[in-house]
Design a protein around this ligand. Structure first.
Ligand code: SF4
Length: 226
């Protein structure tokens, strides 16, 4: 890992800028979920991971309470991650169709996965000042990934917050509407693609299917030239 990312990730993991979230992570990690009661939770903010030469970035809003916050890796150890990685494996972005824990030999091809907010918020609802504070880390990730050309935002909230950060950074006012599969050109020439979140609720109600997500990532791969 290069020095810039090492430094950034160290800062993120030790960050306590949002007391409400720091306390919530502590609570989640001590109370635990029944099926993980004997596990030691990561219990800290969760950094992004993947190929640092990535052309494609996949973003969610925040780590899950018993997924990323437990395992220490985004989209890892929960049902959303299970669904996502089946798709990423099917379209040859990942070398395995599961993401269970850090150091499980998962490798991503030209892809980096992260969340806009690095700490899980209560009820999955962050406050504006928390998003503002954390956006600096996301901006750094964008700056450090020099080859990045495509961002896939999983879920409307991740999409809207990515747009908000771009609006602030580049001072642009175009309205970008969330619609699954819709793509937009951002002011720095990256392409932003909106996708439904692969949450159990969306999957169980067939709002999102493997076919839909596979198609979307095939499109993203093509634009990113992966
Ligand atoms: S949400 Fe971001 S800024 Fe807030 S404590 Fe977590 S890592 Fe720090």
């Amino acid at each position: 890992m290069n020095i810039k990312f090492k430094k950034l990730n160290k800062t993120i993991v030790n960050c306590k800028k949002c007391p409400r979230l720091t306390n919530f992570i502590k609570k989640v990690s001590l109370e635990k979920r029944k099926q993980n009661i004997n596990e030691k939770y990561w219990g800290k903010p969760v950094t992004g991971f993947g190929d640092l030469n990535a052309k494609l970035m996949i973003i969610g809003l925040a780590p899950a309470a018993h997924g990323g916050t437990r395992t220490g890796r985004a989209f890892t150890g929960d049902k959303s991650g299970d669904f996502l990685f089946k798709s990423l494996y099917a379209i040859k972005i990942s070398n395995q169709d599961f993401s269970k824990k850090r150091n499980d030999n998962l490798k991503l091809k030209s892809t980096y996965i992260t969340n806009i907010l690095k700490c899980v918020p209560p009820g999955d609802k962050p406050m504006n000042d928390e998003l503002n504070k954390c956006s600096n880390y996301f901006i750094k990730e964008l700056d450090y990934l020099n080859n990045l050309t495509v961002i896939v935002a999983l879920g409307k909230v991740a999409f809207d917050n990515c747009v908000k950060i771009y609006k602030k950074k580049f001072n642009f006012n175009k309205k970008l509407i969330f619609k699954h599969g819709k793509k937009y050109l951002l002011p720095d020439n990256k392409t932003l693609i909106a996708s439904y979140h692969p949450s159990p609720r969306n999957v169980n109600t067939k709002v999102v299917t493997s076919n839909m997500i596979n198609k979307l990532f095939i499109k993203a791969k093509k634009i990113a030239k992966i």
